[in-house]
Design a protein around this ligand. Structure first.
Ligand code: SAH
Ligand code: SF4
Ligand code: F3S
Length: 442
């Protein structure tokens, strides 16, 4: 037998790229490729890229530059760029970095095997179509054993919201939901392979409106309730949601569906109505706060996380204070905050920037407040019991690590056969990013 060719994929950006990288590896697996963690060992290196902020996009070029010695050592090495930078920049990537043989967008990577045949003939290949066909219909069914008990499942892609700062509607295209029956099948296949927790993914996951097996259009809540019926599946999560798509049935599910975990990532971006309007978010700070109240009424222990942008064009000190105020009212368990980055082709890129030093100072103040809230959320867990899904061995002997219901990292002394199981623990100590715990009844 010939030695199999080796594929190395480096993934940037969001969880959807993580999911896509796994699908690409499977698609190339059907072509005889096996994956490797070592780029020096690979025959094909694919960078699955992110375009969301300038820093993320530029990192791709510095990483590509670093592949030069590998190509010099192995002239047959093929290099591909996939994902959102591929979609946004297309042929420009090859112009800027001639090492690149292949550019493939997020909606066409099911054609990767065919494209690679062109690359192997020495051609430069670019495919950044947004075809009407569903790539997932053309990808191989899940075959490989799943390495971790927690898996992602993309249910919805793309976005029609067009927030003024965001590239996603351009890189991922219009909102498309996958048919529910396919998703239920895929979820069952994951559970058969040992998965206990599924995180449903979409750039706008709660806008999900897929064809249901009963002929109706299903909401995300309908899909969650169908997955709730899969024996062996212990936990369901979903990300990322938009406040305007938080429907009544989904809010209610947080109270009624035991498998749906009490953690919700619900970005608000800013606490100032003036800035929210300029961002084209189509919600206000007050409507967001009312929504949070309703969610907490349905599920009082719900942990919330959010995304924030500071220094959006036109943001004044007063606008920024409104963001701090909103954060104080919500009390986040975790959050991601970013300095605004002007992205080519988006409406906000045309507007004058807030001075850099002002934006940096605001980011530091916001991050200090968010960190304080995260520490409080962690410390509030000490002495409490929670369930943990153990995922793998920890750093210390005899230790396992996993996630609490609230998505906190937890470590505890536990037998190795508890990997992939949900266990009850009592938290003994809190650190900024992890909790120490002991098994209850051990
Ligand atoms: N679909 C999700 C998130 C998409 S991107 C949503 O609607 O919330 C993830 C986060 O990156 C965003 O929530 C936003 O906070 C941040 N982000 C997006 N574009 C950005 C930009 N141009 N500059 C800085 N941060 C940005
Ligand atoms: Fe981007 Fe807004 Fe769509 Fe989220 S909702 S992906 S921030 S355009
Ligand atoms: Fe980045 Fe594309 Fe995800 S721009 S955040 S990889 S959708």
């Amino acid at each position: 037998m010939p030695t199999p060719k080796k594929l190395h994929i480096k993934t940037y950006g969001c969880q959807m790229n993580v999911y896509d990288s796994e699908r690409m590896a499977e698609a190339m697996g059907s072509e005889g490729y096996v994956t490797t963690d070592d780029p020096a060992d690979a025959d094909l290196i694919v960078l699955n890229t992110c375009h969301i902020r300038e820093k993320a996009a530029e990192k791709v070029y510095s990483d590509l530059g670093r592949l030069r010695p590998l190509r010099d050592a192995k002239p047959d090495l093929k290099i591909g760029v996939a994902g959102c930078v591929a979609q946004a920049e297309g042929a420009e990537i090859m112009a800027r970095q001639p090492l690149v043989d292949l550019v493939v967008g997020p909606q066409t990577y099911h054609r990767l095997p065919e494209m690679m045949r062109g690359v192997d003939r020495g051609e430069k290949v670019i495919d950044t179509d947004m075809p009407a066909e569903d790539k997932f219909d053309h990808l191989p069914r899940l075959r490989a054993p799943v390495a971790r008990p927690s898996a992602f499942l993309t249910v919805q892609e793309g976005c029609d919201k067009f927030c003024a700062f965001c590239v996603v509607p351009y890189t991922r295209g219009a909102e498309v939901s996958r048919p529910a029956a396919r998703l239920i099948d895929e979820a069952r296949a994951l559970v058969d392979r040992g998965v206990r927790e599924i995180t449903l993914l979409g750039q706008n996951v709660n806008a999900y409106h897929g064809d249901g097996p009963d002929g109706r259009t299903w909401s995300l809540a309908d899909l969650i309730w169908a997955l709730d019926g899969i024996e062996g599946l212990a936990r369901i999560r979903f990300t990322t949601s938009h406040p305007n798509d938080m429907t009544d049935d989904l809010i209610a599910a947080h109270g009624d569906c035991a498998k749906l975990m009490p953690y919700l990532h619900l970005p608000v971006q800013s606490g100032s109505d003036r800035i929210l309007k300029a961002m084209n978010r189509k919600h206000t700070a007050a409507s967001y706060l009312t929504l949070i109240e309703r969610l907490r009424a349905a599920r009082p222990d719900l942990a919330l996380s959010g995304d924030f942008i500071v220094g959006f064009p036109g943001e004044t000190d007063e606008d920024f204070e409104a963001t701090l105020n909103l954060v104080r009212q919500v009390r986040y368990a975790a959050a991601y905050s970013f300095r605004y980055s002007a992205r080519p082709g988006t409406p906000a890129a045309e507007r004058p920037d807030v001075p850099q030093d002002v934006a940096v100072a605001r980011l530091h103040r916001l991050q200090a407040l968010l960190t304080e809230q995260q520490v409080q959320a962690q410390e509030a867990m000490v002495g409490r019991e929670t369930d943990v899904l153990f995922e793998k061995r920890g750093r210390l002997p005899g230790q396992l690590v996993g996630k609490s219901d609230y998505l906190q990292g937890v470590h505890a002394q536990a037998p190795e056969d508890m990997i992939g199981k949900v266990a009850r623990v009592r938290v003994t100590e809190a650190k900024a990013n992890s909790l120490a715990a002991v098994l209850v009844g051990a």
